[in-house]
Design a protein around this ligand. Structure first.
Ligand SMILES: *Cc1c(COP(=O)(O)O)cnc(C)c1O
Length: 386
């Protein structure tokens, strides 16, 4: 092991591959459960879209978390991993009929509805099955988040949710339908949020909306505030477990819940982000005019976040102790954006060295593609390798 990695085992494996440190994952889940237990009415649904690897999902299921799904495929993956249907919520702006039917057949806890046309279809399909679907409305709270523009979701300009101005009317529409039951409000303002002030702003907005509903004698049973808690990409070793204590305390302090109400959270990145690394091999070290490139066998098809969001992943040469030099670290894909980082300090790099791209447990493996006819990377866990 150099640091936290079983390198002798890595040497036997085909690269690139994902590696999940299941100890970090279990520690993270233990902290979530410990912090949530402080508040009677809080519950957490893991956002499956961050990482649906069956080995990871099974561990999450064992910890007792529910699942937040955004497709029929994710509902199937969650149920297959053992997560009970009554702990599954289903969000998404474009739910297909078969996906709604799947949710109805499993009897999932709640559909997070994003438009009136969708509500009508859910009512219709539920009627055909003689069932009643629980629905929550995803309200666009017009609250910004201090994060990358591609991962803010709660502004009026974004495609998500129902506008606040339409909320009353949509609720009335639902109350008049026979095969849907209106049980909650849903929000989600974005991802990789580290400023607790953004969550405070959401709480204040939810409180305002609740006052309006209260004036109409409507008390919503479930308030789902979504996810979005960020992780420390710069220091995966220093902070492997995000600050869940501060996160839940922020909501406990600022979100006004009535005694009959419960709060739901949908955390994705914060649950799985720090447990994963993408392990790749150096193919070539190439000297450029005024820089040197470390060319890896992993590329944007394996981990797209740097190309898609200019995201930073800490990189480490886990097989060299030689003095540090600066490299542009790039993949083999025929795209100029296939760059993991520029002027990255790495212990001197040789062909065959293993490079770990850290904090890749969320929105990593799940976003892999077959572009350039490449294989989807395999994944291994600490449990399997030691
Ligand atoms: C993506 C998503 C989440 C999870 O976001 P994270 O930033 O990974 O915590 C939660 N809820 C909804 C509706 C989402 O789309």
């Amino acid at each position: 092991m150099k640091g936290i990695f079983p390198i002798h085992r890595f040497r036997e494996l085909e690269t690139p591959f994902y590696y999940y440190d299941t100890k970090v994952l279990r520690d993270t889940l233990a902290v979530i459960n410990k912090e949530v237990a402080k508040y009677e009415k809080f519950s957490v649904h893991y956002a499956v879209k961050a990482n649906a690897n069956p080995k990871v999902l099974t561990i999450i299921c064992e910890s007792g978390l529910g699942a937040d799904c955004v497709s029929g495929g994710e509902i199937r993956a969650a149920i297959k991993a053992g997560i009970p249907a009554d702990k599954v919520v289903f969000a998404g702006v474009g739910k297909a009929d078969w996906e709604i039917n799947l949710g109805l057949d499993y009897g999932i806890f709640c559909f997070n509805v994003e438009s009136v046309p969708e509500l009508e279809v859910i009512n219709e399909l539920a009627t055909a099955k003689g069932k009643i679907a629980n629905v929550a409305f995803r309200i666009n709270p017009n609250v910004g988040a201090h994060t990358h523009k591609n991962i803010t979701t709660g502004l009026a300009e974004n495609k998500f949710g129902i506008s606040m101005a339409d909320m009353d009317q949509v609720i009335d529409t639902a109350l008049a339908m026979r095969n849907v039951k209106f049980i909650g409000l849903h929000f989600h303002i974005g991802s990789q949020i580290l400023d607790m002030g953004d969550f405070v702003a959401l709480c204040n907005r939810v409180n305002e909306l609740q006052e309006k509903l209260y004036a109409r004698q409507i008390i919503v049973e479930h308030i789902n505030v979504g996810g979005g808690l960020g992780i420390d990409y710069a220091h995966p070793n220093r902070q492997p477990v995000p600050d869940f204590a501060a996160y839940f305390a922020t909501y406990a302090q600022h979100l006004k819940l009535r005694p009959e109400q419960s709060a739901h959270f949908e955390l994705g990145r914060a649950v799985t982000g720090q447990c994963g690394s993408l392990i790749s091999k150096v193919l070539y070290v190439k000297q450029g005019a005024n820089k040197q490139f470390a060319i890896l066998d992993a590329g944007m098809t394996d981990l797209i976040r740097p190309a898609l969001y200019q995201a930073y992943h800490k990189m480490e040469n886990i097989t060299s102790e030689e003095p540090v030099e600066a490299y542009d670290v790039v993949g083999p894909i025929c795209e100029s954006s296939d760059v993991f980082g520029k002027a990255i300090d790495l212990n001197k790099v040789h062909r065959g060295d293993l490079i770990a791209l850290r904090s890749a447990g969320a929105y990593g493996e799940i976003m892999a593609s077959g572009y350039n006819c490449r294989e989807i990377p395999k994944a291994y866990t600490l449990d399997e390798l030691v």
